[in-house]
Design a protein around this ligand. Structure first.
Ligand code: ATP
Ligand code: MG
Length: 417
């Protein structure tokens, strides 16, 4: 029996890769224009980083992490998200002391042991964007605008921005207490998850998707009615600036997001084209996190885009030609010249190929077609004898003879012209 990919992992095959290149190139280009630089952190970290940085009561930490004992007894975890590792690196290297308004982005695989389904994998990829040290509502609006600009740059049109404020450390605890009290009466009639969350993490009850629980949840106290004056003013200013920029959004008081560290602004972008896993990106403000993890008291705000889901939304592009020049030495004696020309063409920056198996003319022409070859250079017995190549321009179906000593220059000029 042959070995198969691990459940919940996925191969990204060559036909899919162009969409990924587009997504990655758009990230590098766009984020740089907003002042972000790339950071790369390890895919595994000390388990404690995630327990402290994400919150022990979250779904991610309580049941989705890939945690393993290292040989020396330490506990390591494959990163389930990027923010905690980035914050660790920012603190460890003192990046905020040289740049108090640090903006970084990262790109790479994340790992969560979830039930695999379309758009939900155990190894998946995210683009992650983080801005540190900035507290103003302008930064919230800019970050949200950037997340939408990114989708736009990837060619994604149909989407919805969902927005909420989850308060901060001065107003949320009182709200959570209220919620806990309301749930004392309601939870016994709710689903098992809600009954558990009512005790461990009442905010998570708002995430419940069980149909029977929905009317109960609608009746629970709403965070937006219990914001302190500062949080309410901040939220109003974020919304004013989004209006100013002409960015539509839907308010959803139940958008609390899966990570404990969020304060004030939380947001998510969904697409109706994704089916059940409709969220393509999510983010928010996390002002206390850097300090909690042992760094300076610096604000933070960011978002993470799920690239598997984004790739599903990126419009298909016509396949690009993979070959500039396909070389066809038809006589065995022509192989040496063809190999030298192939090397020179590649050194000149062109995609040059030949059929090393030396199959029939017909099957080689088929191969050239399949590769989308723009030019075919033929070296038969007759060409050999006269010291020329026959160069065929495939798009024009025109061909001409070119002397051996000029063929490299000719092909370079044609292929680049
Ligand atoms: P969901 O509601 O789908 O579980 P989440 O709130 O857990 O998402 P975040 O932690 O905010 O997601 O991650 C940001 C983005 O990463 C999501 O919007 C989604 O596109 C993507 N994502 C999260 N988990 C997975 C997964 N298991 N497989 C593929 N993509 C994922
Ligand atoms: Mg999730």
């Amino acid at each position: 029996m042959s070995i198969q990919a691990v459940r919940g992992t996925r191969d990204i095959l060559p036909d899919e890769v162009p969409a990924w290149h587009r997504i990655e190139a758009a990230a590098r280009d766009l984020f740089a224009r907003y002042g972000y630089r790339e950071i790369r952190t390890p895919v595994f970290e000390e388990t404690e980083l995630f327990a402290r940085g994400i919150g022990a009561e979250t779904d991610i930490v309580s049941k989705e992490m890939y945690t393993f004992a290292d040989r020396d007894g330490g506990s390591l975890t494959l990163r389930p998200e990027a923010t905690a590792g980035i914050v660790r690196a920012v603190i460890e290297h003192g990046l905020l002391s040289t740049d108090p308004a640090l903006k970084v982005y990262a790109l790479g695989p994340m790992f969560r042991r979830e039930r695999p389904q379309k758009g939900r994998y155990r190894q998946f990829h995210q683009v992650d964007v983080e801005a540190f040290g900035l507290t103003s509502a302008t930064v919230d609006a800019e970050t949200i605008e950037l997340s939408l600009a990114y989708l736009e740059a990837c060619g994604v049109g149909e989407r919805e921005l969902v927005l909420n404020s989850v308060g901060d450390r001065s107003c949320r605890p009182a709200y959570v207490q209220r919620l806990r009290e309301a749930l004392r009466d309601e939870a016994p009639s709710m689903c098992a998850d809600c009954r558990r969350r009512a005790e461990t993490n009442p905010l998570r009850v708002l995430d419940c998707k069980v149909p029977e629980d929905q009317s109960t949840i609608e009746g629970l106290p709403r965070i937006t009615d219990h914001l302190c004056a500062e949080c309410a003013a901040h939220f109003a200013e974020v919304r004013r600036q989004l209006d100013l920029l002409g960015i539509p959004y839907r308010l959803d008081h139940r958008l609390v997001r899966g990570l404990d560290y969020y304060v004030r602004t939380t947001f998510e972008v969904t697409s109706g084209r994704l089916g059940a896993q409709s969220s393509v990106l999510g983010g928010g403000r996390y002002d206390g996190l850097v300090k909690d993890l042992g760094g300076p008291d610096a604000a933070g705000i960011g978002f993470a885009v799920g690239l598997e889901r984004l790739a599903l939304l990126v419009p298909a592009e016509p396949p690009r030609p993979r070959c500039d020049v396909f070389l066809m030495p038809l006589a065995a004696a022509g192989l040496d010249r063809a190999l030298r020309l192939q090397r020179s063409l590649r050194q000149a920056g062109l995609a040059a190929m030949l059929d090393p198996e030396g199959r029939s003319f017909k099957s080689r022409m088929k191969q050239a077609d399949k590769l989308g070859a723009r030019f075919v250079a033929i070296l038969g017995e007759d060409e050999m004898a006269r010291g020329v190549w026959t160069v065929r321009d495939m798009a024009r179906s025109a061909q001409r003879e070119v002397p051996e000593e000029k063929v490299l220059e000719h092909l370079k000029e044609k292929a680049n012209g």
